[in-house]
Design a protein around this ligand. Structure first.
Ligand code: F0G
Length: 463
């Protein structure tokens, strides 16, 4: 007998030690919930949701080691031991000189861009996540998305659809001048483009384009471990590398990073900012003290930093990453089998259904993604999120209508270590019924909306 049998089933590499009950409602109850929420799933209470796939951010389960680490939390205002443990882990794996904790990712973004951006500057990225874009625009700078063309085509099966187009980057530098570009970002993995990875080869090429111009490279590294594992699976040069070695290699090309620790930090709150630049670090810490807190806690409790120090190590374990990507792929492949058009290939943290292709009878102005999202909840109590014209539609210049978003997607994001295979099988059973009923789905109309970030609070009615 070989001592390592290769069974096909990829199991959850953990047992469940603490549980939170979930409750199946009746269709009648869900109809009432939807009416009361004005058909906006952000307005639905979590106890009325059976399977919550709204986001993978801060919604995962901590391990017993992380819960144990919480008890070690040192709440000293200055020089806390929790900070020292957290800083040591980040330095060991990421290798940056300065590590600055923040309460979540967008706080790191705000501090970074307040310090480096001037009005009129341009910040390229593969695809900016919305808070990144908003924080750049808040400094009156411009956020440019330069993802490769394959990254915008839901059907393309390119292995690294998160890659940045280096020709477009060169053209941008030519057009605006290097002095207008305070840094270039790479979002790993590319959330807004379907959770798609960036290859090591692309990271190298981007760095090679930037270096002669003295433009720093930064990662938006919220899902750094998922990206590293994709590199191991898809880039032959790294097949035999350990994940921590790949992470270290990726980071060696960068001058800094922002991190939302609510994803691959495996914690419910937290973030951080890294840099190798001493002067920048000082300016960032000065600003941190103004709004987040002293640089050894940055808006977090000491115990949060201890849980994060453990999470950053656990997330790079290969058994975990193998299960993580298998779970997402399982959902994606079975949705494809039912007939759903999804962003291919399945990414790291979520599956994105292309609602425009699924529901061609509902025009973008009637929000097909919102309609599909409502139907998933109505049919099976499943909460998803529309990433389409509700989120990104803009008023047309003549004021008579709206410019729709480029894509009408519905995201099913998987919280880490939270659901079992039977939960996913249930989602697929519901998805099958929704698919069979797709021709009966109707669009929605917005009846009330705030002036910005409308998707969080807008009200709808069914057409
Ligand atoms: N960068 C990326 C790539 C993200 O996905 C997020 C958050 C952030 C930055 C901001 O971090 O929420 O800690 O302030 N994404 C969540 C999501 C909200 O649902 O995709 P944060």
């Amino acid at each position: 007998m070989p001592d390592k049998p290769h069974y096909r089933t990829v199991i959850e590499p953990f047992i469940i030690k603490s549980v939170q009950p979930i409750r199946l409602t009746t269709r009648e109850q869900r109809e009432r919930v939807l009416r009361e929420a004005r058909y906006n799933l952000f307005r639905v209470r979590s106890q009325d949701v059976l399977i919550d796939l709204l986001t993978d951010s801060g919604t995962g389960a901590m391990s017993s080691e992380q819960w144990a680490a919480l008890m070690r939390g040192d709440e000293a205002y200055a020089g806390s031991q929790s900070f020292q443990r957290f800083e040591a882990v980040v330095k060991k794996h990421f290798g940056f000189r300065h590590v600055i904790p923040t309460h979540q990712g967008r706080a790191a973004e705000r501090i970074l861009f307040s310090v480096v951006c001037k009005p009129g500057d341009v910040v390229p990225n593969n695809t900016h996540f919305d808070t990144t874009r908003a924080n750049i625009e808040f400094q009156q700078a411009v956020a440019e998305d330069l993802v490769i063309e394959e990254g915008k085509d839901p059907t393309s099966r390119h292995p690294f659809k998160g890659n940045l187009d280096t020709e477009k980057l060169k053209a941008l530098i030519q057009r605006v001048g290097a002095e207008k570009i305070p840094l270039c970002m790479l979002t790993i993995t590319n959330n807004s483009g379907g959770g798609q990875p960036v290859s090591m080869a692309n990271i190298r090429e981007v760095k090679a384009v930037l270096e002669p111009h003295g433009i720093p490279l930064y990662f938006d590294a919220a899902r750094f471990a998922e990206n590293a594992y994709f590199i191991k699976l898809r880039e032959p040069e790294f097949r035999d590398w350990s994940v921590p070695d790949i992470v270290r290699k990726m980071m060696s090309y960068a001058d800094g990073c922002t991190v939302s620790a609510k994803k691959d930090g495996l914690v419910n709150i937290g973030g951080f900012l890294c840099t190798n630049d001493d002067l920048l670090a000082q300016q960032e810490k000065d600003l941190l003290i103004l709004t987040e807190g002293f640089p050894t806690y940055g808006g977090l409790a000491g115990r949060d930093l201890d849980a994060l120090a453990v999470g950053l190590e656990e997330v790079m374990e290969e058994d975990y990453l193998k299960y993580r990507l298998a779970e997402t792929r399982y959902l994606g492949d079975h949705l494809t089998e039912i007939g759903y058009p999804i962003v291919q290939p399945p990414g790291g943290h979520a599956i994105y259904i292309d609602a425009k292709s699924l529901l061609p009878h509902i025009p973008p102005s009637h929000y097909p993604g919102q309609s599909l999202s409502i139907e998933f909840y109505l049919e099976g109590g499943i909460r998803t999120v529309e990433i389409g014209s509700v989120m990104f539609g803009k008023p047309s210049p003549d004021g008579t209508g709206e410019i729709p978003a480029a894509m009408e997607l519905v995201r099913l994001a998987l919280p880490r270590r939270t659901h079992t295979q039977s939960h996913i099988d249930y989602v697929l059973e519901v998805a099958r019924v929704v698919y069979e009923n797709r021709e009966r789905l109707r669009g929605v109309r917005i009846t009330r909306q705030p002036p910005f970030l409308r998707h969080f609070t807008a009200e709808f009615e069914l057409m």
